[in-house]
Design a protein around this ligand. Structure first.
Ligand code: 4NP
Length: 150
């Protein structure tokens, strides 16, 4: 199974989502990657604050480099998790058919399918925003793992 985590810049939220999910699954069975809908940070390391909060929980995300979401990702991944509604809309707009569009989900819908909750963009905030993002992604990834294991 192949899962792609997507946010805007691929430096704050989706690198954390990638690192957290990778820490809970066997890479033999579940491959995880991340990307951004925008290419502004192409080739860059995750944001220092994402690196720090991941490290606090024992996860190293410094092997990651930002990359842009590609239309080809629809062919390579089974599920594409968007961090917020804007990411969701931008990815779905690139899909070429229903099957591709149906691969796109909002990650927090794993916690509450009745609402379209966003993982808030922590880029312009402080450290607390990153802790908050870590906690919500960790909960969502627990649900993703329990579904995979069923
Ligand atoms: P991310 O956060 O989408 O969680 O990686 C952002 C990073 C950079 C920018 C926006 C959001 N930016 O505008 O440069």
């Amino acid at each position: 199974m192949k899962i792609l985590m997507v946010c805007l810049g691929n430096i704050c939220r989706s690198p954390l989502a990638e690192g957290i999910l990778k820490s809970k699954v066997s890479s033999e069975y579940v491959q995880v990657d991340s990307a951004g809908t925008a290419g502004y940070h192409e080739g860059e390391l995750p944001d220092k604050r994402s690196i720090a909060v991941a490290k606090k929980y024992g996860i190293d995300i410094t092997d990651q480099r930002s990359r842009k979401f590609l239309v080809k990702d629809f062919e390579n991944f089974d599920v594409i998790y968007a961090m917020d509604e804007s990411n969701y809309d931008n990815i779905v707009a690139l899909s070429r058919n229903k099957e591709e569009a149906n691969k796109v989900k909002m990650i927090l819908q794993e916690l509450d399918s009745s609402q379209k909750l966003n993982v808030p963009d922590p880029y312009y905030g402080g450290e607390l925003g990153f802790e908050n993002v870590y906690q919500m992604l960790n909960e969502a990834c627990e649900v993703i793992v329990s579904k995979i294991n069923k």
